[in-house]
Design a protein around this ligand. Structure first.
Ligand code: FES
Ligand SMILES: [Fe+2]
Length: 378
């Protein structure tokens, strides 16, 4: 075991043993160690449920989209039987990637030699290929992975023995159900790559401490640090809440199921490990993190809107604010990797739970999942 992994292991043990009053930031190796990134790829991203996007992206039967999860090329396909499936996107012939971009049709056609698969993953045609003892068209199919739709999001698990997602999120669902994310419409969808560690992105998305200082002229007007509070973490998710100022003009108060207090509160939740939801009554955002090693993250992001009261200009302004806010976060999170590589960096104490509670929640989650694996390997 490298020094970096040994340091991380000690810090994770401490995080599991300490309470919020004595919590400390994680050491630099937590964000930079390539061995840890490989363990995460196998044991977090290879075994947990991951949000891969919104159900609208594959809204009707016949629609499909590619997605990469932990180096595993996938295609999410809405079959003509009405089922949304997560299939391997690797051709069973010689391994070409079948789907490169979103599309619609009756077949998934491999561009190389035109083997064609149904949207259920079964091979339908293999031009010029004779059937023989070790090859029957009808028996050849793309591997399929567990796939569920939760609150309008598509979730996939690469572990075919995984327990279902919905019961794991029952506690979070009770908190977010009245906002009816499944009824919100997608106003913007995009993808970016940041040169930072995925856990630094999770921490940033999940703490209210930086809202006022870093987002002074942007998000601070909507969700100032002073209105943040910690939500006790669940086993498979964690989060915090942050209020809106009482006099803030909003386009809509949201779904009638919401109480006034819920309508005036934004819930920031992370479905572990990397499915972020920034949920508010009027409009919401989400992130699907796809780490590419220790210091690079690809992510899909979107902005969702509730109801029909939105003028185009208000939609554009909300999306613009999302971009401005993300750019401010990026301006810290990318250079921070240089800070983590300093020989003189020593991590400091964390602020109280209402400000930085989710940072400890993340460390505890990683500790629960990875310490047994790391200890076995030591
Ligand atoms: S690799 Fe797909 S058809 Fe040959
Ligand atoms: Fe931020």
């Amino acid at each position: 075991m490298t020094d970096g992994l040994a340091t991380v292991r000690a810090a994770l043990r401490r995080a599991l043993a300490s309470d919020h009053r004595e919590a400390r930031a994680m050491p630099a190796a937590f964000y930079t160690d390539p061995e840890l990134a490989a363990i995460e790829a196998e044991h977090l991203f290879g075994k947990e449920w991951h949000c891969v996007g919104r159900v609208e992206e594959v809204a009707e039967p016949g629609r499909f989209m590619p997605y990469r999860l932990a180096n595993e090329p996938l295609v999410i396909a809405h079959g003509h039987d009405g089922t949304i499936r997560a299939l391997s996107n690797v051709c069973r012939h010689r391994g070409a990637l079948i789907v490169r971009e979103k599309g619609r049709g009756r077949r998934l056609l491999c561009p190389y030699h035109h083997w064609a698969y149904g949207l259920d993953g079964a091979l339908a045609a293999a031009p010029g290929m004779p059937e023989r003892g070790d090859f029957r068209v009808a028996e050849c199919r793309l591997p399929e992975f567990p796939c569920e739709v939760w609150m309008g999001f598509v979730y996939v698990n690469l572990d075919r023995t995984a327990a279902p997602l919905a019961p794991r999120l029952a506690g979070l669902e009770a908190l977010v159900a009245p906002y009816h994310m499944e009824e919100m419409w997608l106003g913007w969808l995009g993808e970016e790559v940041w040169e930072t560690n995925w856990k630094a992105m999770v921490e940033n998305y999940m703490e209210g401490y930086h809202l006022t200082p870093l987002h002074k002229t942007t998000l601070n007007a909507l969700n100032p640090t002073a209105l943040a509070r910690h939500i006790p973490a669940g086993e498979h998710w964690f989060g915090y809440a942050v209020g809106f100022p009482a006099d803030l003009p909003r386009v809509t108060a949201g779904h009638p199921d919401l109480t006034k207090e819920q309508s005036d509160t934004c819930v920031m939740a992370m479905v572990q490990p990397g499915g972020g939801i920034g949920l508010a009554a009027d409009y919401s955002s989400f992130l699907c993190l796809q780490p590419e090693g220790a210091d690079r993250v690809r992510y899909k992001a979107g902005v969702l809107f509730w109801g029909d009261d939105w003028p185009r200009s208000a939609v554009d302004r909300a999306v613009e604010l999302f971009h401005e806010t993300m750019a401010e976060d990026r301006s810290v999170l990318e250079p921070m990797m240089r800070g983590y590589r300093s020989a003189h960096h020593e991590s400091g104490p964390l602020a109280p739970p209402w400000l930085e509670g989710p940072i400890l929640d993340l460390a505890r989650y990683v500790g629960r999942r990875l310490l047994p694996v790391m200890e076995e390997a030591a």
